[in-house]
Structure formats: structure tokens, C-alpha cells
Design a binder for this molecule. Structure first.
Ligand code: GDP
Ligand code: MG
Length: 177
């Protein structure tokens, strides 16, 4: 914020996709503002947040888009994906179904976004390890087959959240610079 003039070298649009309640909004809140809420509510309409970073002495603005309840109705519009160069494909590691839906989300993403999009598969809620329903190896295998990065995260405990976003943003920077 503030009124300081800032020269932005690069803007990268990154989209969050995956079923409802997997933790997309909390991952974004953790990354963009270092916040977390257990009473996260779906909001109406498309929203994005920005985070400005320095990579290799350049000012990089990440513009991260969050679906707002649309995932329930399979109503994510093509405008959401348009211009996206990065994506976080998120499932809840305690909900097998959310992982089984990853291929459907991936297909939709590949149909609508930039063809060189950089994608991170995220198994969120790793703090709930005792309730795990998706073995790490299953996700790793899927990620390898589909050529995705992969990490297990916890928005609650801030585990790997920074690392997941920074991996995508650094790769985007590497490709463009
Ligand atoms: P979204 O629908 O994908 O945006 O999911 P939300 O971010 O709204 O999160 C859904 C619910 O899961 C909320 O109650 C969150 O507090 C909770 N949640 C999100 N991330 C985590 C996490 O890493 N661990 C735990 N235990 N709960 C989480
Ligand atoms: Mg949400």
C-alpha cells in the first residue's frame, strides 16, 4: 500500500483451483497477509490479492486469484483463467474425493489458461496427518505423470505455503528473464 511510486518489472497472474473447502482462501490469506481463519467463509464474486516480491533485484507482483464459491457449481468462468501463467491446484489430503477431482480441474485449467502455465499440486491440511486419506506417493505419481510441482502444505501452521508460491513465482521469473 502507500503512495510510494513503485516500478513493477513483472506481473504474474496465478489462479487457485480445486474443490470447495480444501483451503484455497486460507492458503492465499497465509501467503499474502500471513493470516489464517478457522471460520473461513466463501465470498461472492471473483477476487484477487497481490503480493509484491523482489526476485533477483526485480520487482515482481504476484496477482493471485481466488474462486469465490463458484467451485461448487462448476461455474468458474474463462475470465478467471484468462492470462494465468501459474496455478495452484489444491486438494485436501483428508478428503480423497478432492484429490480424485484434480484431473478434472487440471483439464479445465489446461483448456483455458496459458499453454506454458506453471502448476503446483498442493495437498493442504497436512497438520491433520492422522486423518490422511491421500498417500503422498499417489500425489507424487500424479504430479510426475502430469508434469506438475508438488508439495504438502498447512495453511493453519504455515507449512510450505511460502515455499509453494515462491517455487511457482521463481519458475515464472526464470522462464521470462
Ligand atoms: P476454500 O473453499 O478452498 O477457499 O477453503 P477455505 O480456505 O475457506 O478453508 C475451508 C476450511 O478449511 C476452513 O474452515 C479453514 O479454516 C480450513 N482450513 C484451511 N486450510 C487449513 C489447514 O491447512 N489446516 C486445517 N486444519 N484447516 C484448514
Ligand atoms: Mg474460498
Amino acid at each position: 500500500g502507500g503512495d510510494f511510486a513503485q516500478k513493477v518489472d513483472y506481473v504474474f497472474k496465478v489462479v487457485l483451483v480445486g474443490d470447495s473447502a480444501v483451503g484455497k482462501s486460507q492458503l492465499l490469506a497465509r501467503f499474502a497477509r500471513n493470516e489464517f481463519s478457522l471460520e473461513s467463509k466463501a465470498t461472492i464474486g471473483v477476487e484477487f490479492q497481490t503480493k509484491t516480491l523482489i526476485i533477483d533485484h526485480k520487482i515482481v507482483k504476484a496477482q493471485i486469484w481466488d474462486t469465490a464459491g463458484q467451485e461448487r457449481y462448476r461455474a468458474v468462468t474463462s475470465a478467471y483463467y484468462r492470462g494465468a501463467v501459474g496455478a495452484m491446484l489444491v486438494y485436501d489430503m483428508t478428503k480423497r474425493q478432492s484429490f480424485d477431482h484434480m484431473s478434472r480441474w487440471l483439464e479445465e485449467l489446461r483448456a483455458h489458461a496459458d499453454k506454458n502455465i506453471v502448476i503446483m499440486l498442493i495437498g493442504n491440511k497436512c497438520d491433520l496427518g492422522t486423518l490422511r486419506a491421500v498417500p503422498t506417493e499417489d500425489a507424487q505419481e500424479f504430479a510426475e505423470r502430469e508434469n506438475l510441482y508438488f508439495m504438502e502444505t498447512s495453511a493453519l501452521q504455515a507449512t510450505n505455503v511460502e515455499s509453494a508460491f515462491m517455487t511457482v513465482l521463481s519458475e515464472l521469473y526464470r522462464v521470462i528473464s
